[in-house]
Write a protein that binds this ligand. Sequence first.
Ligand code: UT7
Length: 321
Amino acid sequence: VGSHVPSRVLTNHDLERIVATTHEWIVTRTGMRERRIAAAHEATSDLAVAAGRRALEAAGVQPADLDMIIVATITPDYPFPNTACLVQRQLGADRAFCMGLEAACSGFLYGMETARCYIAAGMAQTALVIGAEKMSAVLDWTDRSTCVLFGDGAGAAVLRPAPAGRRGIISSVFGSDGTLSELLMIPAGGSRRPATAETVAAREHCLRMRGREVFRHAVTHMAEAAVAALHKAGLSIADIRWVIPHQANLRIIAAIGERLRCPASRFIVNVEKYGNTSAASIGLALDEAVRDGRIVDGDLVLMVAFGAGFTWGATVMEWTG
Ligand code: UT7
């Protein structure tokens, strides 16, 4: 695994100078203290490449060994070509086929499962999965209810068949509900409402969210997906060493902990440092916890995500490293 965040830190106190908010409100309602913001010249693919390089290095894999690259993002460099092709070019991974994946905050888990299926089907041996976002590029910096919540970053993983006797990815469950798409979206700039001077003036090319409703669905679906993935794996929460939830809000994470009856000490949490980095969030938290020695060889890890769409999912794996 590998990750990368831009060097510029935007604190809650910095945000107090941009919108009518306070450090106290943001900490109490979300647990966030700061987030990273990419430079004007940095695009999502640049963050993805840096995270991807670290993951390749950690895995001892050369770019030429890669059969496939998946980049999960809702902030691609361009509407097309897909960001994975741009990552391939920078990495020099000539043999890989490349695809983008749009599942918002669930993107990293959807990407892991897609790669797992290709590997299990014998269609790929070595895959690079990256979740990367430049959320700062799609935020309405006049909307205090959203602009304080998100940050930029990237998380990556190299996937290969599990070594003999090891379980690797044990179970996954996924779900979606397109009937609630309007609760979290970018209303304009796509084919339904192409960008016009009017849509840009109304900031309709920026993220819009009905936070309270999204919160409720996030807790319900993440808790249910976690339970379903555990059941499918034939495990109970007591068997799980670490839970890595999507980092959208500390209160959502606490509510999931309560529903799963799992103490906070077994959750990997970094929302205070990075805010919600959407598709990057779980990969970024996984990488940090592996590098600082919390997650060690043989640990059973439960990852659980929820995002726009709505999309959600949970994966149980035995960490091998
Ligand atoms: O990644 C995909 C999943 N995303 C999520 O899961 C996000 C889910 N939603 C949330 O995390 C929370 O709903 C928020 C953090 C977005 C909002 O927290 P909340 O406790 O649901 O607050 P609220 O939206 O009910 O707003 C409460 C009050 C409102 O004022 P009134 O109407 O009570 O006077 C807002 O106008 O807080 C106000 N408010 C703010 N005040 C200071 C909203 N944003 C801010 C702000 N600073 N930044």
